[in-house]
Write a protein that binds this ligand. Structure first.
Ligand SMILES: NC(=O)c1ccc[n+]([C@@H]2O[C@H](COP(=O)([O-])OP(=O)(O)OC[C@H]3O[C@@H](n4cnc5c(N)ncnc54)[C@H](OP(=O)(O)O)[C@@H]3O)[C@@H](O)[C@H]2O)c1
Length: 277
């Protein structure tokens, strides 16, 4: 059992309204850490905050912001300035599916804003703060699709390649200052991610499994691939030439694609319901 209380008293989790971020928030609160919960879906964050306070007697703080908007990132930086945050989990992110001829440039730009720009900005801000306090942890979310280009998910895979590389670099930069950096590279996970990306991920790994693997690896590993599917796919693909890995993952993604709808309408429906848009 990895004792994450050493990073306390506060944790910040982006993407806390659903999936992996929500599961990690639950695990961190269960270990007694107070949590700052960040995402757009205010009702889900408020419900989670109430549940965590009641179950674990921890303090919570809800920041309902859009991380695609630089102003949303600034709100997170400003509202947490005086808090003693020791662990930062940057799980907010989303995927799209379809070729460059099918996808929307606006949606792909939003993807880069959330998956890349907001992650870089928050990692930068919190790296300084964690170094100042002399200890801490930073958790970034890549993906197994980030280890090669993937036709049919080109921009999403590229965003995850960026995050993996960023995490590896920060791991080396911050380690001498007592700050642990972990890259998490899941395979398919059963969460809101699949429906939003227009994918049926089938019998995917649970967010709870990803959360457990993440916290077990924190401070011990540079990268963790949680879950059986991710581990199997990684082991099977690793020896292959990069172009072959691209071709295989492209076929895998095409096979998961929901026939009834492309990712954009599915995303709009989900977000419209959640955020009253
Ligand atoms: N699920 C998978 O198969 C899989 C595989 C590999 C990597 N990953 C990565 O793991 C991370 C977590 O994914 P997940 O599976 O937990 O997906 P999820 O269930 O869809 O959760 C994504 C979270 O990100 C938040 N988010 C999305 N857009 C946002 C925005 N513009 N501003 C603020 N928050 C935003 C969502 O909250 P709101 O909608 O409330 O804003 C939600 O809390 C992501 O970075 C994803 O790329 C997932």
């Amino acid at each position: 059992m990895n004792d994450v209380q050493r990073y306390g008293p506060w944790a910040l989790v982006t993407g806390a309204s659903d999936g992996i971020g929500r599961a990690l928030s639950q695990h961190l609160a269960a270990q007694g850490l107070n949590v700052v919960l960040v995402a757009r879906w205010r009702d889900a964050l408020a419900t989670l905050a109430a549940d965590l306070s009641a179950a674990h007697s921890v303090q919570t703080n809800v920041l309902a912001v859009d991380l695609a908007d630089p102003a949303g990132v600034t709100v997170v930086e400003e509202q947490t300035r005086t808090m003693d945050i020791g662990i930062v989990v940057l799980a907010a992110g989303f995927g799209t599916t379809g070729t460059v001829l099918e996808t929307s440039a606006d949606e792909e730009s939003a993807l880069v804003a959330v998956n890349v720009t907001a992650v870089m900005r928050l990692a930068h801000t919190f790296a300084s703060r964690l170094v100042s306090r002399g200890t801490g942890a930073l958790v970034l979310f890549g993906s197994i699709v980030g280890w090669q280009g993937v036709p049919g998910q080109a921009n999403y895979a590229a965003s995850k390649a960026y995050v993996q590389s960023l995490a590896e670099g920060l791991h080396g930069e911050l380690r001498p200052f007592g700050v642990d950096v972990l890259a998490v590279a899941p395979g398919p996970v059963g969460s809101g991610f699949g429906p939003r990306a227009g994918l049926d991920l089938g019998s995917a790994t649970s967010p709870d499994t990803v959360a457990r693997s993440t916290l077990a690896a924190l401070g011990r590993r540079r990268t963790v691939v949680p879950g059986l599917q991710g581990t199997f796919l990684t082991a099977a693909l690793r020896p292959l030439p990069r172009r072959l890995r691209s071709a295989i993952l492209s076929r895998v993604i095409a096979g998961m694609r929901l026939r009834s709808s492309a990712s954009r309408p599915a995303a709009e429906q989900t977000l419209g319901c959640r955020h009253g848009g």
